[in-house]
Design a protein around this ligand. Sequence first.
Ligand code: PLP
Length: 421
Amino acid sequence: MCGPDWLEQGMNHVWLPYTQMRTTLPPLPAMGTRGCTITLADGRELVDGIASWWTACHGYNHPHIRAAVATQLERMPHVMFGGLVNEPALTLATRLASMLPGDLERVFFTDSGSVAVEVAMKMAIQYWLNRGRTGRTRLVAFRGGYHGDTMATMAVCDPEEGMHSLYQGALPEHFIADLPVDETSTQALDALLRQSGDSIAAIIVEPLVQGAGGMLFHAPEVLRRLRELADRHGVLLILDEIFTGFGRTGTLFACEQAGIVPDIITLSKALTGGTMALAATVARRHVFEAFLSDNPLHALMHGPTFMANALACASANASLDLFASEPRLEQVGRISEQMRAELESCRGLPHVVDVRVMGAIGVVELERIGDMNALKSALIAQGVWVRPFRNIVYLTPAFTITPAELTRLTTAIHTVLSQSA
Ligand code: PLP
């Protein structure tokens, strides 16, 4: 491997995510980011098509976020959240409560999406326990779903999906159903809830887009059906908006398109504009009230050491400022239109089975990807940072991407898929 010394030495010691360390391509040393570009150690610049796992919605190094973090760094980078609170966290909680629909108004901060989902699962289970309803310990999740990599969240991911299938024997059992996209699947879910409702705490779903499960889209009507079924059978509804939250599907939150209010919502990724690790689990008033009691055991027993980190919360507040001061949702609309026009040319290419776009998510689905390493290398050779997975090549760019940068991305995908035909 050639590159800086720290790369060669460090690669003997670091363990990379989702990576077969024996056969993987060497990772690229990123030295700097700006706007929608990543600069590598050898000076190459890649146009970023995926905004660092869907987080950097304002592009990298936005001056407003940098300034907010620098100011907070001077004042107080971190102070524990047990018994002490900090201004950026409380301001952020107030702002999130006013932006989210309905009475989603009680914010529990964590430091990663998976943990935010775990907290949502604990809240849902304990909601029933605190109300004296024992036995409601299972969730209903959906085929194609993805909610994280921890032991609890793996148990509500699609069990057949390759990434977590190995662990199945070690995971608690939940119900995995088909999304109620048509009459048959709606009736099947209705029957499941009728038969097993007494053991079910909540339904959990990624609204409108199942992301890591394959960028699978569904209509807002599906969410309305889920809200209706949850109400009919008296179970909670958790929406995991870790991917979809903050504009990605065209509205600030995906649930707005269905006009529904979940009982609990999880947020992360673009919450800080991609600058820092932060997540939030936000509950409706009635969920929070189930934890109010003279019995100390009815409290929510969770508290990550770095929860509500002041730097991360300052960065999230600055990110929310940008949603108000810059035309983010209009930009998403423009990206949507451009991707729809430009990715369409991939539809005729061999092995392409679908091209779909929602908000600032563009997907080219293939029958299968034969040589993943070759595909990744070819994309890098085109000067773009795009990470295909499973059988899809997708774009989730920063909302600030220029039309010319976006065309570079769509052209690179078209070129590479044409070559590999
Ligand atoms: N939930 C959804 C919908 C996600 O897309 C992800 C990450 O991709 C997670 C949960 C897990 O988040 P994290 O990787 O921060 O733990």
